[in-house]
Design a protein. Structure first.
Length: 734
């Protein structure tokens, strides 16, 4: 009110304006009556906002600046009093309870200063909310008393009233406080402050009691817990955590000193302090030593915690002992990478390391891959039994390991065959390594209870990078081994040096063509079927346009995946799997990495699996699961004999590819498809006819209800999507 009466406003909530200045509530608009008042006293005002909490200051700044006022902030009464004596302000909006100097003391000091006594003062508090507090505020000359949280309208109304009071009082001297009045105000202020401090003491005691109760509970749980306060200092370590050698000592008057903390816990504390600063949850792993000397692996969960106002109070770190789980995981990993009989790394480890080694070879560096095979090992099994044979294999493995260079990788490939991978060695050095191994085995006593029984080995040696690729190196090492076996055994055969390709000459790539596969209903392109001519590769005899020859018995998809994806230029394609791929569940993960690296969509990739491969090697349950979770469409391709579909693991396949010629002679009396194809159709497997080379054949495919077709009448082979022709016209392919 303009006559100086106290304006007492309460509101249940703020009604904020949006950050871009647009109105989100009618309360953000300036009421017409207040606009009239502000027009009389001047729209612009310099307002000092005083609050020790950042959020209320920012909120008041938004409200007041949107209304056209200039806002200056202060964090407590002392700072505000200093600013008031340095610069003129038209109005002060202050919190009640603050450190150093609270709002009541600030207003009292302003009343005692003739130059500041007339400045309108608005209380904006959540601590002093009693009627006695309001009376004291009135006695101190406050123009309004707002209880947090006050609405935008309430704040602006109070500011308008305060500025109106300022306009009326302008030019008149502020009345001086008499000693009796000052004493009365000081006494009232002291009583209110004492009451508030008493309330705060009770509140703090209650909070401390709750905190002590929580800590007592934490002290009795079998989980190591430590907490940091808002400043990032360790302030609590429970009983279970104290069983570890943390290097954190109690410090006076309270808290802990982590200056000499163990390295692992120091790293954990660093993560906790970052989580506190960034207000985020995290998790880390630490290996900690217990007081009894045992080292345990702990998974530490880290989470900041706040008070009811959202202010950070600290961070809590709770550890879970995962030593047994981690050791079990390590054991499973070890078992998956090592041969259970000889304890040597298995074939997967050797091939993986060899692949990385070949890819990472720097210019001029070399290495060697040795394949070691025991001569006539079957005779040992037949003569002495499999137990003695197994023991002999273990002794041979130890002999090979002991005679090979210390840094070499020695692995058991399968049966009585071993692999040795040696880095940084040339042709002569590789042959010397092989001869050392061969001679060591020939003189070792490896057959239990038959010390005089001599065992020999044949060794094939390939020095890389004489071979163009890792796949070629594996193949040529194998071929060298068999040459050694067929030329007398107990000997070493070294692959002749291949003619090296000049560094600036691109590596040869197999000829790739694609056959379009289209919907028989709409004629739309479903995907391109990749056909690879491997005849140009050394020692690979195969028919153009098909996967065949020696290479077909090995993993084929990985070396070709990059070239296939590049040639397809983003169009959905199928890739052929080789027999080697059927033995390696990890092939899907490596394909996923290649597809991801090239930015392709795995849902657009299909993998073609010949039924002969499935019947020939019976893929493992692990392979089937990996295929099912790969995200690739799995396509089973059968031949004209239409091999028994019932014997195949259909659950992993989403498509069945069969030659269209099957339909010409596999009609039953009712005119339906062969029972095998009908079974696939009943399982929801998409039927795909291949080799549809005539319109008559296409008509038969459409009549049989086959959804997708491929062949000359569908479209000729192309080298990429740009060469695709239009689908055949007519009723056959709509």
């Amino acid at each position: 009110m303009v006559d100086g009466a106290l304006v007492h406003l309460r509101s249940p909530l703020y009604t904020p304006c949006s950050s871009n200045g647009s109105s989100v509530s009618s309360a953000c608009a300036t009421p017409p009556r207040r606009r009239t008042v502000l027009a009389e006293v001047g729209m612009m005002a310099r307002v000092l906002v005083v609050d020790d909490a950042k959020e209320p200051r920012l909120l008041l700044r938004k409200i007041l600046e949107r209304d056209g006022h200039e806002v200056v902030e202060a964090e407590d009464g002392l700072e505000a009093l200093s600013r008031l004596r340095e610069t003129a302000f038209d109005l002060v909006v202050s919190d009640g309870l603050m450190p150093h100097m609270d709002g009541f003391r600030l207003r009292l000091e302003m009343r005692r200063d003739p130059g500041l006594a007339a400045v309108p003062f608005i209380f904006h508090t959540a601590s002093f909310i009693d009627e006695a507090d309001e009376r004291l505020a009135r006695d101190l000359g406050a123009t309004a008393y707002l209880i947090k949280p006050a609405s935008t309208t309430a704040v602006l109304e109070a500011v308008a009233e305060g500025l109106a009071v300022r306009g009326v009082a302008t030019g008149s001297a502020a009345p001086e406080l008499e000693e009796s009045e000052l004493a009365r105000l000081l006494e009232g202020y002291s009583h209110r402050l004492e009451d508030k401090l008493d309330d705060k003491v009770v509140e703090l005691r209650h909070e401390r009691g709750e905190r002590e109760a929580v800590r007592a509970a934490l002290d009795h749980i079998p989980v190591p817990v430590l907490t940091l306060d808002a400043a990032g200092r360790v302030d609590f370590v429970n009983r279970e955590a104290r069983r570890f050698e943390l290097g954190i000592e109690p410090a006076e008057p309270s808290g802990f000193d982590d200056e000499y903390a163990a390295d692992e816990i120091r790293d954990t504390l660093s993560v906790a302090r970052r989580c506190l600063a960034e207000r985020r949850v995290s998790e880390t792993t630490a290996r900690l030593r217990r007081q009894d000397g045992r080292v345990r692996t702990m998974r530490v969960s880290i989470a900041p915690y706040e008070d009811s106002a959202g202010e950070p109070l600290g961070v809590v770190c709770a550890g879970a002992d995962v030593t047994d789980q981690m050791e079990y995981v390590d054991l499973l990993r070890y078992l998956s990478e090592h041969d259970p009989l000889t304890d040597l790394p298995n074939r997967r480890v050797l091939e993986s390391r060899f692949e990385r080694l070949v890819q990472g070879l720097s210019s001029g560096s070399t290495g060697a891959l040795l394949f070691v095979d025991v001569d006539h090992f079957k005779q040992i099994n037949d003569e002495f039994g499999h137990d003695v044979g197994d023991a002999a294999l273990v002794n041979i493995a130890r002999t090979v390991r002991a005679s090979a260079p210390r840094e070499a990788l020695v692995a058991r490939l399968c049966g009585d065959e071993f692999g040795v991978l040696v880095e940084d060695v040339g042709r002569r050095g590789a042959q010397e390594v092989a001869e050392t191994i061969r001679e060591a085995v020939s003189v070792a006593q490896v057959v239990p209870a038959a010390s005089s029984r001599q065992v020999t080995v044949s060794i094939g040696v390939n020095v890389f990078p004489d071979s163009e690729t890792a796949a070629q190196a594996l193949r040529t090492s194998d071929e060298a081994l068999y040459r050694a076996k067929h030329t007398g055994r107990d000997r070493t055969e070294v692959v002749e040096a291949a003619k090296r390709r000049p560094a600036d000459e691109p590596a040869p790539t197999p000829a790739i063509t694609f056959r379009p596969m289209r919907s028989t209903l709409t004629g739309e392109l479903v995907r391109l079927r990749a056909c690879v001519d491997l005849a140009s590769e050394p020692d690979s005899a195969s028919e153009p346009g098909a996967l065949g020859g020696p290479r077909a018995t090995r993993a084929t998809v990985e070396p070709l995946a990059g070239a296939l994806l590049e040639s397809a230029a983003g169009v959905a394609i199928s890739m052929p799997l080789g027999l080697g791929d059927m033995l390696d569940p990890a092939v899907f993960g490596r394909l996923q990495e290649e597809v991801s690296r090239r930015g392709a969509d795995p849902r657009c990739i299909a993998l073609e699996v010949p039924a002969a491969h499935v019947l020939g090697c019976a893929p493992s349950e692990t392979w089937i699961r990996a295929a099912g979770h790969s995200g690739f469409a799995m396509c089973l391709a059968v031949d004209e004999t239409c091999a028994s579909v019932a014997a195949l693991p259909l659950s992993v396949f989403s498509e069945l590819w069969f030659p269209a010629s099957v339909l010409a002679h596999l009609k039953d009396s009712t005119g339906g498809c062969d029972a095998a194809l009908a079974e696939c159709d009943a399982r929801g497997v998409t039927l795909v006819a291949t080799g549809v080379d005539t319109r008559e054949c296409l008509a038969l495919v459409v009549e049989a209800g086959v959804e997708v077709a491929e062949g000359l009448v569908i479209g000729p082979d192309v080298h990429g999507p740009s060469g695709l022709a239009e689908p055949p016209e007519g009723d056959e392919v709509r």
